[in-house]
Design a protein around this ligand. Sequence first.
Ligand code: NI
Length: 132
Amino acid sequence: MSTLKVHHIGYLVKKLDAAIRSFENLGYRITEPTVYDDIRKVNICFLEKDGYTIELVSPVSEDSVVSGLMKKYKNSPYHICYETEDFEHDYQELTSNGFIAIDAPTPAPALQNREVVFLTNASMGMIELIRP
Ligand code: NI
């Protein structure tokens, strides 16, 4: 797992525009303006501060992939995304070590259609793996 590098922290927000303003007030700046992810039915915006990248994820409809999480967590960070040099290897290793994939690797429109997959682990919750 030595090739994993933190790529971003995913943050659930109910009202995207209001959340962007609040993050900007704290000194974050937008690095990737809002993109609609039609696969997951969410709006996504990337911001950066002090070298940290935050992904704001906001459900657009009731059947979005995060609508259930939104009810449970409200506005809250909910995953850390890791970039991997060797996607197949690390994916295999994670699934052999207690991580369960919750979807198949799927292109992410907000990340230049790079493939991502979400996995959960009973002791640490959800992570995201992204292809270089
Ligand atoms: Ni993410």
